[in-house]
Design a protein around this ligand. Structure first.
Ligand SMILES: NC(=O)c1ccc[n+]([C@@H]2O[C@H](COP(=O)([O-])OP(=O)(O)OC[C@H]3O[C@@H](n4cnc5c(N)ncnc54)[C@H](OP(=O)(O)O)[C@@H]3O)[C@@H](O)[C@H]2O)c1
Ligand SMILES: *[C@@H]1O[C@H](CO)[C@@H](O)[C@H](O)[C@H]1NC(C)=O
Length: 324
């Protein structure tokens, strides 16, 4: 008893020693975190009345984001292709959060791949609210396909929806934000915007492009009071894999174990709002494994190549064929 007490004492002393040694590092980190937390608390009461446009609001993460922003008192604009699903989400919002100061959600159906139509869609929002505070580029599709058999149409479609769609939406809102010298543009990228996986080439490429675009944009508009946040989530439990395209452009139609085992869309939506309130510029919201892969990609590329080679082999051999 006394023996274990003594060893626990030594153990504690060891940590005190370690803590003191690293204090110059941990102290500033603690202070930065505290400041961020205070900033988040202060800016939380700025959400009521904010005009927030969300693409991909008809399901998954976009739907969860709509709930989080609406609950916080924002004026939400729901965008996606399926109007009936957007109406369902709208009704859901009004029923579930009926006690809040209500700004009825606005439904604006749009197709991100129809680039020339997006300016008119944004104009509809401006006609109603006069301005847009936050644009969330969240709508997107994934792929489950090997490169050699993927039709070029599929590569183009994924790039069109995930990348060019976000670019066109951004360009549509920018003039009005520049006029007010205020606004925020959020990109829902992916950890696959930081490192690529086999059998996801078009998806990873579209997210890498999104990452680059948001970095360029951030610098360009920083002096005009416009903020840019790029979010890179890991797996989220949504219909993304069900809706993913195969090599021939059909819906993959299967729920991947990795996707199903991911973070709940509600948790991810709340983490995204926290990142926005903390004024984060670039955030990875993912499990350790993905963070590790991101780290390795930059620190030791050859190891990352080896790991991905094995992953590709495993997927083929395991008969799991292009999954996960
Ligand atoms: N789930 C994950 O593991 C994960 C991980 C990292 C990042 N993400 C990203 O999170 C975002 C949301 O995806 P999710 O996981 O919530 O998947 P989801 O449930 O399949 O939602 C995708 C949303 O995008 C919309 N969309 C698709 N094509 C569109 C088009 N051509 N025009 C307009 N809207 C379109 C869909 O609505 P309509 O079908 O009604 O158009 C739907 O609302 C995506 O950008 C995805 O890349 C997801
Ligand atoms: C994932 O989402 C589905 C449908 O929303 C749900 O039934 C399931 O329990 C969720 N999985 C996990 C691991 O939370």
């Amino acid at each position: 008893m006394s023996d274990s007490g003594a060893s626990a004492g030594k153990f504690n002393l060891f940590y005190v020693f370690l803590g003191t040694l690293f204090l110059p590092i941990t102290m500033p980190l603690l202070i930065i975190n505290l400041l961020k937390h205070l900033k988040e608390k202060r800016s939380r009461n700025t959400l009521p009345g904010k005009v927030v446009v969300i693409t991909g609001a008809s399901s998954g993460l976009g739907e969860a984001l709509a709930h989080s922003f609406y609950r916080a008192g924002a004026k939400v604009v729901l965008c996606a292709r399926r109007e009936s699903e957007l109406e369902r989400v709208k009704k859901d919002l009004m029923v579930k959060h009926s006690t809040n100061p209500t700004y009825p959600p606005v439904v604006v159906p749009l197709d991100l791949s129809d680039l020339n139509s997006l300016k008119a869609a944004i104009q509809k929002v401006l006609d109603i609210f006069g301005h847009i505070d936050i644009l969330i580029n969240n709508g997107g599709i994934s792929v489950r396909a090997d490169i050699v058999s993927t039709a070029m149409d599929v590569d183009i479609k994924v790039m069109l929806v995930n990348y060019f769609g976000s670019v066109a939406m951004t360009k549509a809102v920018l003039p009005s934000m520049l006029k007010r010298q205020s606004g925020r543009i959020v990109f829902v990228s992916s950890v696959q915007g930081k490192f690529a996986l086999p059998y996801r080439s078009a998806y990873s490429a579209s997210k890498h492009a999104t990452q680059a675009f948001s970095d360029s944009l951030r610098a360009e508009v920083a002096n005009n009071g416009i903020k840019v946040t790029c979010i890179s989530p890991g797996y989220i439990n949504t219909s993304l894999s069900l809706n993913a395209l195969t090599a021939s452009g059909e819906a993959y139609g299967q729920m991947d174990e990795t996707t199903a085992g991911g973070t709940s869309p509600e948790t991810m939506a709340n983490d995204i709002i926290t990142s926005i309130l903390r004024d984060e510029k670039d955030v990875v919201l993912a499990q350790m494994q993905a963070k590790f892969a991101y780290f390795i990609r930059f620190l030791c590329p050859s190891l990352y190549f080896k790991i991905m080679e094995r992953r590709a082999l495993k997927l083929i051999q395991g008969g799991k064929d292009k999954k996960e």
